[in-house]
Design a protein around this ligand. Structure first.
Ligand SMILES: C[S@@+](CC[C@H](N)C(=O)[O-])C[C@H]1O[C@@H](n2cnc3c(N)ncnc32)[C@H](O)[C@@H]1O
Length: 365
């Protein structure tokens, strides 16, 4: 194995890499992997102006529309282009994962691990002025950051954000008002309807709304911990809806006929394959890496969520699931995973932070 160059990786981490057959030299690439931004659609003519402001040339990523690379040390956060939402940071491999979903204008998309929201923002751009994106995350503070991002980039028009456990989330996308059946509860008639969302609502009013929402949810949604709605856009289908309608429960056949067109699951991972992430421990301290990344209990829990064995098991357990070829990947700088049709973006060959992608389709049963 080669030297690990710049990163003084701790022995325990090197041992972990050795045990998993990973050459530590890939972490030497940390300083040469570019950072990536996505340029807001329609801002192409402003490219030169943006380059002048950040004092650096943006290199078009030929294999990923709308993406540009720049040297890793360039800071963009204080630039007007960033503040005005004309560019936002998102790794190219993350962009590829979104492209793999093949989102079309009008799709209703569910993002089950949405925060902090880079992929969600990209999906909101791709659905354009139709369809919707529903973001779900179990961590409220992370989803609140996602809400800030969606608002900053003015992408929230067709977005809903719920704090909820993605493993049991069962609210359908809001396609049309005719899909709602009346609920025969005592709340009928007395119920408030959602008004346009505002973060500036007085505290008392927000508290009252939250209590009413909790009450409606506890009466109507007994099968799951009710998802907490922390943001909705004016055209997300929520405005004018009764709370009982939002939280109505559906049978599984109803759910499959009016569910989502595309679902993204960006499950939490150990991050040991993400060079950019590992690099941060230089500042946070390698001891923290030992505790967080190499914590056997946490790693065991996370591998239950994310690795190729999970993909294999899912296929074995679900007859209606099939892996799908990711067509544009033939032009992407990635390799096939151990399972055919899955992709691995390894940092050195892809010049990205690293990612594994599998695309499933649900067969008609
Ligand atoms: C890799 S991050 C997602 C990054 C995000 N897709 C993006 O592009 O910015 C994983 C997220 O999954 C969330 N998460 C973990 N377990 C979850 C669960 N059971 N349900 C929903 N979200 C969960 C974490 O809180 C974390 O925000």
């Amino acid at each position: 194995m080669e030297e690990t160059a710049n990163l003084p990786l701790p022995d325990a981490f090197l041992e972990f890499l050795r045990a998993n057959g990973i050459d530590p030299s890939i972490y030497a690439a940390a300083d040469s992997i570019p950072r990536y931004v996505r340029l807001e659609a329609g801002c192409e003519a402003e490219l030169e102006e943006i380059e002048a402001e950040i004092k650096c040339q943006l290199q078009r990523v030929e294999w990923l529309p709308g993406f540009y690379s720049l040297p890793p040390h360039i800071q963009i956060a204080s630039s007007n282009a960033y503040k005005q939402g004309k560019i936002y940071g998102i790794d190219a491999a993350s962009g590829a994962a979104v492209m793999a979903l093949d989102i079309s204008a009008g799709d209703h998309v569910l993002d089950l691990c949405a925060a902090p929201g880079a992929k969600l923002c990209m999906m909101l751009e791709l659905i354009a002025d139709e369809g919707s994106v529903t973001g779900v995350d179990v961590a409220r503070h992370r989803l609140a950051a996602c809400r800030t991002m969606v608002q900053k980039y003015k992408l929230g028009d067709r977005c809903r954000l719920f704090v909820a456990d993605g493993t049991s989330f069962s609210l359908i996308p809001l396609r049309s008002s005719s899909q709602f059946r009346s609920c025969d509860s005592d709340l009928e008639g007395k119920e408030e309807r959602f008004r346009e969302w505002t973060s500036r609502r007085p505290w008392k009013e927000r508290k009252r709304a939250a209590r009413a929402l909790e009450h409606a949810a506890s009466q109507l949604a007994t099968k799951f911990d009710s998802p907490e709605l922390i943001f909705y856009g004016p055209n997300s289908g929520i405005v004018g809806l009764k709370k009982s309608e939002l939280y109505q429960t559906l049978s599984s056949s109803e759910f499959s006929s009016c569910g989502y067109d595309k679902v993204l699951v960006d499950a939490e991972c150990t991050h040991d394959g993400s060079i950019k992430h590992v690099q941060k421990f230089e500042h946070w301290g390698w001891e923290t890496l030992n505790k967080r990344v190499l914590n056997a209990e946490r790693t065991d829990d996370l591998t239950l969520l994310q690795n190729e064995d999970v993909v294999q098991k899912f296929l074995e357990d679900n007859e209606s699931a099939e892996l799908k070829e990711i067509d544009p990947a033939k032009d992407w700088p990635c390799r096939s995973g151990r399972i055919s049709k899955t992709l691995r973006f390894d940092p050195v060959t892809s010049q990205t932070s690293g990612l594994f992608v599998a695309k499933f389709t649900k067969l008609a049963t």
